[in-house]
Structures are given as structure tokens and as C-alpha cells.
Design a protein around this ligand. Structure first.
Ligand SMILES: Nc1ncnc2c1ncn2[C@@H]1O[C@H](COP(=O)(O)OP(=O)(O)OP(=O)(O)O)[C@@H](O)[C@H]1O
Ligand SMILES: [Mg+2]
Length: 287
């Protein structure tokens, strides 16, 4: 493991730590593609961890595995020190892990407030009817608390902009009373102001200290603003694990540029071979 930090990265679980989540030696392949080779990471209570890596590095795959959407080929996970093997997204949610996926998973035909309460609808008792009035009121309060402008919450989300849809997905998750929140590029479709509002919200959650967050961001400035620690995925592994206070935009940029150069050189070397040799059926092995 190319750990650039001073402390060694432990390969076995440290007992009695304050980690709410531990992921150990997770691997995931899709046919010939190895999305994750051997990923280990941990998340402390109240911590905001930034997950970085190029397009296709495996970030979303890791989020999907933690959130119960996909199963790893190998590896183990622990939640509050107990073995954690989510059977589904609902199972993970019941165990306190909630997710905003990169592709959002809103239902276009449903209203804003019904989407906000998707799969945790409020029902009236004793007759099990949807408590629309309460859901509307709570949805409005949740969106107002973020400060995102969504004029009407009874329209279908199909009529909203990308940024508004993203705000709904984020609001839904942060209001779910989860212990762990996974945010896969939550700011991607947002304007500067809306993105700042979501980061304010993350900062507020961090201050309260009850929720732990893993967040995928591509903008390094936002990473340094929002996160306590960063992990970078490269070649299916965690190539860097440092508190944001001990690294910099320059260091992270250099790691990415170095990897790009290495890949280019390998590509050149392979092309040069290819002029004289029949093409190999196997993709080049990274060493
Ligand atoms: N369901 C799938 N079937 C086949 N291949 C997949 C599947 N999901 C992901 N992959 C592949 O696994 C690799 C990692 O994808 P992943 O979506 O995790 O990357 P990412 O780091 O989230 O990238 P981005 O920054 O572009 O969102 C990619 O090569 C991708 O094509
Ligand atoms: Mg992704």
C-alpha cells in the first residue's frame, strides 16, 4: 500500500476503537473490470471523510457496497464493531446507514414531498392512510432548513431542475436520523450558492457530532472545506489516507498527475511493443 503518512495503516481491526464503520480488504469485479482490488477504510463517530479518486476509480462501487446495493466479492465490514453484511439498501438503512446515490434514485412521477418520505411514508392510525399533511409540513421544514429554493413541494420531481432534485435527495437523507450518511457527489448538479448551502449543512451535522459522513467530491477546495480526513482510491486501493490538516491540494493533485503520467508511459510502452507483437488479449497488469 502506498501510504504516504507517518502512521502505519493497520490491516487488522483495532479493538475498542471509536470507529463506527470499518471496511476491510473489499474487492469487487465486474466481469473483466476490477473496480476494487483491496480497499480498507474506517470512519470515526462524527467524522466527515472525503473519498477521492479519478472517474472510474471505484468510489461509487464502494459506496454501493457499504449501502447494501451491491455485494463485495470478498472482504468484511464492521458496524460499531459488529460484523456488517447488509442484505439490501433497506437493510442497511434499518441499521442506520443512508445514502444519496450519484444517480439520485428519485421517482419522477411522485411529488417532492412523497419523494422525501420514500419508503418511510408517514401513515395515519388506526386506518393506514398516508399522512400527506404531516409529510408536506415536514418536507417543507427540511427543505427550508437547508435553504434551497423549491417553491412547490406538491409538484412531480420530473419538473424540477437537476440541482433541486439533488437538494431533495440530500435533504431526504440528512433528515433520516441515520448514524452514517453516504453522499456520492452531492454537489455535482448544484450552483455555487446551493453547493455552499449543502456544505453548511454538513458542517452543522459535524458540529452536532452524531452523524458520520463519507462524501465523494471532485472539487478539492470543497474537500478541504468540508472534510476531516481524505482517502484517495487508486488502482482499486486506498493510496492516501490523511487528515485534511496534514495534506494539501498540491499533494493530492501531484498524486493524481503522477498516476496519469505512469499510465501514459505504460500505454506508450505497450504501443511500442504492439507494432511488432500480436496484441495481448489481457489488459496490461499494474504492478
Ligand atoms: N454495474 C456495473 N457493471 C459493470 N461495470 C461496472 C458497474 N459498476 C461500475 N462498473 C465499472 O467499475 C469501475 C468503477 O466504477 P465506479 O462507478 O465505482 O467509479 P467512480 O469512481 O464512482 O467514478 P466517477 O467519478 O466517474 O463516478 C468502472 O470501470 C465502471 O465502468
Ligand atoms: Mg461515481
Amino acid at each position: 500500500m502506498a501510504d504516504a503518512g507517518t502512521a502505519p495503516v493497520p490491516s487488522a481491526p483495532a479493538p475498542a476503537s471509536d470507529d463506527v464503520l470499518r471496511v476491510e480488504h473489499i474487492a469487487k469485479r465486474f466481469g473483466p473490470v476490477t473496480a476494487l482490488q483491496d480497499v480498507s477504510l474506517h470512519l470515526k463517530k462524527g467524522e466527515v471523510l472525503g473519498l477521492l479518486g479519478d472517474n472510474g476509480a471505484g468510489k461509487s462501487t464502494l459506496i454501493k457496497i457499504i449501502s447494501g446495493f451491491q455485494k463485495p466479492d470478498s472482504g468484511r465490514m464492521f458496524l460499531d464493531g459488529q460484523p456488517y453484511e447488509p442484505k439490501s439498501v433497506d437493510d442497511a438503512r434499518a441499521k442506520g446507514i443512508d445514502t444519496v446515490y450519484q444517480d439520485l434514485a428519485l421517482i419522477d412521477e411522485l411529488s417532492v414531498y412523497h419523494n422525501m418520505f420514500l419508503r418511510r411514508e408517514r401513515v395515519l392510525r388506526p386506518v393506514p392512510l398516508l399522512n400527506n399533511r404531516e409529510m408536506k409540513r415536514e418536507a417543507r421544514r427540511a427543505l427550508d432548513s437547508i435553504g434551497i429554493n423549491i417553491p412547490r413541494i406538491d409538484v412531480a420531481v420530473a419538473r424540477l431542475s437537476g440541482g433541486q432534485r439533488q437538494a431533495i435527495a440530500v435533504a431526504r437523507t440528512v433528515n433520516s436520523a441515520s448514524d452514517i450518511i453516504l453522499l456520492d457527489e452531492p454537489l455535482a448538479a448544484m450552483g455555487v450558492k446551493e453547493g455552499a448551502q449543502i456544505l453548511d449543512l454538513v458542517a452543522r451535522l459535524k458540529e452536532e457530532g452524531n452523524v458520520s459522513i463519507i462524501m465523494i467530491l471532485h472539487n478539492y477546495v470543497q474537500v478541504f472545506e468540508a472534510c476531516d480526513r481524505v482517502n484517495m482510491i487508486q488502482e482499486g486501493r486506498i493510496a492516501l489516507d490523511k487528515p485534511t490538516s496534514e495534506t494539501s491540494v498540491e499533494e493530492i493533485t501531484n498524486i493524481v498527475v503522477d498516476e496519469y503520467r505512469r499510465a501514459r508511459e505504460e500505454e506508450h510502452a505497450n504501443n511500442a511493443h504492439g507494432e511488432h507483437e500480436p496484441p495481448s488479449a489481457e489488459p496490461p497488469q499494474q504492478s
